[in-house]
Ligand binder design. Structure first.
Ligand code: DAV
Length: 378
């Protein structure tokens, strides 16, 4: 669904005034059959193990109703909201290299689309079931391209996703939590370095600098690909020991405005990687505790979706309604907090930040890290 009027694509960071956004749908979302990278993300005791197929219709309807309410909250603030075009996600994904029984869905737009300035880049993705997800966004991107002569629509090379992309030791479903923590602390992730892989939600945009999480969904070659692609940017790899399932940076490290980041207290940025922020007067503070002890049913994500906030401008932030501790923290930090009821849509792929992808934020490309020594530029 596409609203009319002239489109302009441009967004350099996570906090400048938001004007236009894409928001996903829960429609036809599936739990895909087991595949290597997805399997590594599902906790051992999770009820999703062994389940696959279309998600229950009542949960899809509830998810879509909440997403529509979220869209209306944004529209009332003058933000234009476009929606993707869901596919028949029950269909398999088949290429010469692999076969996956079904697709996934199109709720977390942030995972697929990376907006950097006047460019929107389709990520490679690293799950087989998500290989074709970009197609849901093509009608929108094509129409932006026709309306905005400065918009650059780009796509990263589609990966082969053969078994060589995944470490076989993660296929053992009996891996202990301690084993996972040991592995992720020494960057032994499920994805190998067979070819460049990244999900767009592993990237945070700080003007001239891109901060990219190395983990399950993004490998070092993916980060190197981004570095060669965004030649006018500085691309920094980060990783977060303490996260047994490191996918997507946006429930781990979240810039709120220039100089201020909330960071997941269970997933600390290593000391040597903090230096970049400290030298440039960025404060990294612990995010508030989540309000829940467990994620909602059939959800891949952790309780830390509490910190998956959507910033509307440097004074205004959308927070999930039940996340009272996170809301209080943001209020104390001087933000106007807008409550958004979205928890029952988490199972479709994430929270408020995940569900959206920027099309337009006001503002220009600034340098928020002027003090960079060459040895830190990696
Ligand atoms: O903490 O489970 C979720 C991020 C989803 N985009 C987590 C990360």
């Amino acid at each position: 669904m596409m609203e009319k009027s002239q489109v302009r694509v441009c967004s350099w960071n996570e906090w400048d005034p938001l004007k236009h956004v894409i928001l996903g749908y829960a429609t036809d979302c599936h739990i895909p059959p087991v595949e290597p990278a997805l399997d590594a993300k599902i906790p051992n005791d999770c009820e999703m193990r062994g389940r696959c197929g279309r998600r229950p219709q009542d949960s899809i309807e509830r998810g879509n109703a909440l997403l529509e309410d979220f869209a209306n909250i944004l529209r009332k603030r003058g933000i234009r909201v476009d929606r993707p075009q869901p596919l028949d996600f029950s269909r398999p994904v088949s290429t010469p290299d692999f076969y996956a029984g079904t697709m996934f869905g199109c709720m977390p737009a942030r995972d697929v689309l990376l907006t950097v300035g006047e460019e929107i880049l389709e990520a490679t993705m690293s799950y087989r079931c998500r290989w074709f997800e970009y197609l849901c966004y093509r009608p929108l991107l094509q129409s932006y391209w026709e309306q905005d002569p400065d918009f650059r629509h780009e796509a990263a090379p589609k990966p082969r996703l053969t078994d060589r992309d995944y470490r076989p030791d993660y296929l053992n479903s009996g891996i202990s939590l301690q084993q996972r923590l040991d592995w992720t602390a020494r960057k032994h992730f499920v994805t190998t370095e067979e070819e460049p892989l990244f999900d767009a939600a592993d990237v945070l945009r700080f003007g001239k600098d891109l901060i990219v999480q190395h983990g399950f969904t993004t490998n070092l070659k993916g980060i190197e690909w981004l570095r060669r692609h965004f030649r006018d940017h500085r691309v920094h790899a980060v990783n977060f020991p303490g996260d047994p399932y490191p996918i997507h940076i946006d429930a781990t490290f979240m810039p709120l405005r220039p100089g201020l980041i909330i960071s997941n207290p269970q997933r600390k940025l290593p000391e040597e990687q903090r230096e970049l922020f400290q030298r440039n007067d960025w404060q990294i503070i612990d995010a508030a505790q989540p309000a829940h002890n467990e994620p909602p049913p059939l959800c891949y994500s952790s309780v830390w979706l509490s910190m998956n906030v959507l910033i509307l401008d440097q004074k205004t932030v959308c927070v999930e309604k039940s996340e009272v501790y996170q809301a209080t923290q943001l209020d104390k930090l001087g933000f106007e907090v807008i409550e958004v009821d979205l928890r029952d849509a988490y199972a479709f792929g994430g929270g408020l930040h995940c569900a959206t992808a920027d099309v337009l934020r006001e503002g220009t490309c600034e340098d928020y890290f002027p003090c960079l020594s060459s040895e830190l530029e990696s």
